[in-house]
Design a protein around this ligand. Structure first.
Ligand code: F6P
Length: 388
């Protein structure tokens, strides 16, 4: 076979997840097999803009398969809107200039929806190819059946729910466990079913806490004096959804004002540490969705409730066997496609096959849980409530 690529750059962008190192290893080993030079770019698109690279030879990627995190480092920076000092700037030209200087034929970006969008945006400003591999514990990337990282995140959340069962049973409590997932419910749904949660709340099915309370009360009547509620961080109540819909119909001026008010720190709270103004792009920590839900459940049922927020634990540690396998399959497929000169694609898993999908079609397409998904039917048949 005539190998059509001489050199590639590879970066990891967005939130890390287990399986990233396995994917880097897969891409690099396959590329090296075809005689392609591999340059590692540090800390996502920021490293690209700042021209921070490391050579990825066979030795550098050896022993990576089982390691969590990413040896390249990652960031949530976007080339077209990057915080430089205290100013947000468009660094696209600098990024493209560095890609040219590196003399690469293609930039391989390991990331989720945001990364695919940013890679595609970068492609509009250069004739150098781009390729993405779908990673995230959220599993919310369109046109792939699954993302690597999801299985590991789901295993961690499931184990946590298992452990919560024994303590909830002993104390006859309701424990509300908050699971990550951004705007998608895959992680809460998968781990909630696997862990046997009694209630699962996900963004795709707006909930009513009175329905949840009735479900918990009926469990108690049947002698089940504990309950586990798995709640996705993005879950919304019916009334929140209604309010959001009303707001989006409000005139432009009112929406702008509401957005400004939301960005303001809550009244009475300090503006920042030692009264400094909050930094641009830094979010204020708000009360978690799980604690609001637990408080209300306690009021409605009179049963003692507790909260566990799993947070970044779900992104830590070693990848599962499934994630190692998927990351290696997607990574090595990427290497094969690069050797053939196939660029501007995301390497996806569809059915049992790893396939290239046009990046233009993928960039920014979110995959949410369809309300009639088979996992939902299965959960309903084992008496799980979605609070709807
Ligand atoms: O996208 C992965 C994810 O873990 C989401 O589930 C979560 O909302 C977000 O990242 C957290 O981001 P950060 O690590 O920047 O706090």
């Amino acid at each position: 076979m005539r190998v059509r690529t001489r050199s590639i750059g590879i970066l990891t962008s967005g939130g890390d997840c287990p399986g990233l190192n396995a994917a880097i290893r897969g891409v690099a080993k396959a590329a090296i097999h075809y005689g392609i030079e591999v340059i590692g770019i540090q800390d996502g698109f920021r490293g690209l803009v700042e021209n921070r690279t490391i050579p990825l030879d066979a030795r550098a990627v050896s022993g990576l398969l089982t390691e969590g995190g990413t040896l390249l480092g990652t960031s949530r920076d976007k080339p077209h809107k990057m915080l430089m000092g205290r100013k947000v700037m468009d660094m696209t030209e600098v990024a493209v200039g560095n890609m040219k200087r590196m003399n690469i034929d293609c930039l391989v970006c390991l990331g989720g929806n945001g990364t695919a969008k940013n890679a595609w945006r970068l492609r509009q400003a250069t004739d150098i190819g781009v390729m993405t591999l779908p990673k995230t514990i959220d599993n919310d990337v369109g046109h792939t059946d699954i993302t690597f990282g999801f299985d590991s995140g789901m295993r961690i959340a499931t184990e946590a729910i298992d452990r919560l069962h024994t303590t909830a049973t002993s104390h006859h409590r309701v424990i509300v466990c908050e699971v990550m997932g951004h705007d998608a419910g895959w992680l809460a749904l998968g781990s909630g079913i696997a862990g046997g949660a009694d209630v699962i709340l996900i963004p795709e099915i707006p909930y009513d806490l009175e329905v949840v309370a009735d479900h918990l009360a009926s469990r108690r009547k049947r002698g089940k004096r504990f309950s586990i509620v798995a709640v996705a961080e993005g879950a919304k109540s019916k009334s929140e959804v209604l309010r959001a819909a009303q707001k989006s119909e409000a005139p432009e001026s009112e929406r702008k004002k509401a957005k400004k008010d939301k960005e303001k720190p809550p009244s009475g709270a300090p503006e920042g540490i030692d009264g400094d103004p909050p930094l641009e792009g830094i979010h204020l920590v708000q009360e978690s969705v799980a604690s609001r839900i637990a408080r209300r459940i306690q009021q409605l049922t009179g049963v003692e409730a507790r909260v566990t927020s799993l947070g970044h634990v779900q992104r830590g540690g070693q990848p599962t066997a499934n994630d190692r396998l998927l990351a290696t399959r997607l990574g090595t497929k990427a290497g094969m496609l690069l050797a053939e000169g196939v660029y501007d694609v995301m390497v996806a898993l569809q059915g049992t096959e790893t396939v290239p999908v046009a990046l233009e079609k993928v960039a920014g397409v979110k995959k949410l849980v369809p309300p009639d998904h088979p996992w939902i039917h299965a959960a309903l048949l084992v008496e799980t409530s979605f609070g709807a």
